[in-house]
Design a protein around this ligand. Structure first.
Ligand SMILES: [Zn+2]
Length: 289
């Protein structure tokens, strides 16, 4: 099933959403129509206006291992992912959006933990065999974090990077209690400007998860793990909702990657704070020396 159909199946269960598929076959126009259409209605007991958006999800997804040398000369590797939209395609779809007086065009992306971890593990495993830089960094991480083998080290790095990216996105959206997996509908424009954080280069419109502040402007987020729909009332209603006191929910004994409890692990190599969900979760933290 396509990402769009999956999303529509979830959204149409909610009273606030009206979703329909748009495509060139049904809508004979001389410009490209978006892939989907959504209206958000009845916010706050139907006192709020209705919003109409076009949706597109024709992107190319890229995964990459970024190699960085810090100013101090320390080598590092990071697993990253990008969603790349074609700019000309977007401009054509925006014409349709403007001509039909929509509120805007939304970019639909899907984040999936299993996919990210799988790709990262594959790229790091290949990198360990073929790339001296990556091998050196991974061997250092293995040593420093007291892992016994390189496979576990690679899974650790993949999980570290996934959680870093998702953690920052959730923080910027004020949704730390959600999984971060699922569908994000992001506006291409905010206040008539390209949404800050969306990169344009060589005819491409790029969503780089590292630019997590662009997620502050999300319109709809669907948590695919908990099947929950969250819309950005702050943006849609132009009101300030009570800001969740999310930071107070984080305590020192909880694993920031999976929510299980942490415990002190003593090994021949030394002591660290590890996750009770090991080996499913490889989170570990070391006391500052
Ligand atoms: Zn954990």
């Amino acid at each position: 099933m396509s990402v769009l159909n999956e999303l529509f199946e979830v959204l149409s269960k909610d009273l606030h959403f009206n979703v329909s598929k748009l495509d060139s076959k049904n809508y004979d126009q001389n410009w490209k129509v978006p892939e989907g259409f959504i209206s958000i209605i009845g916010l706050e007991n139907a006192k709020m206006p209705v919003f109409y958006y076009g949706i597109t999800n024709s992107y190319e997804k890229k995964f990459e291992i970024k190699k960085i040398v810090s100013p101090k000369g320390q080598k590092q590797v990071f697993a990253r992912t990008y969603f790349i939209f074609d700019r000309r395609d977007i401009i054509e779809k925006e014409k349709y959006v403007v001509a039909n007086a929509f509120n805007g065009l939304l970019l639909l992306i899907k984040l999936d933990k299993k996919e990210f971890i799988g790709k990262a593990v594959n790229m790091l495993t290949k990198g360990y065999e073929e790339d001296e830089f990556i091998r050196e960094v991974l061997d250092n991480i293995k040593e420093k974090n007291m892992f016994d083998n390189i496979d576990e080290t690679i899974r650790f790095v993949a999980n570290r990077d996934y959680n870093w990216l998702i953690g920052r996105i959730k923080y910027n959206m004020g949704l730390l209690e959600y999984s971060g997996q699922g569908y994000y509908l992001l506006p291409i424009k905010t206040n008539m400007q390209i949404t800050s954080g969306i990169k344009i280069s060589n005819g491409k419109i790029i969503i780089d998860l590292e630019n997590s502040h662009l997620f502050k402007n999300f319109i709809v987020y669907v948590d695919s793990v908990n099947n929950k729909i969250i819309y950005n009332k702050e943006r849609l209603c132009n009101k300030n909702p009570a800001i969740l006191d999310i930071m107070s929910k984080i305590d020192d004994n909880t694993c920031p990657w999976c929510g299980s409890k942490l415990r002190i692990v003593r090994t021949k190599k030394g002591e660290f704070l590890g996750c009770t969900n090991y080996p499913n979760c490889l989170y570990r933290r070391f006391p500052k020396k």
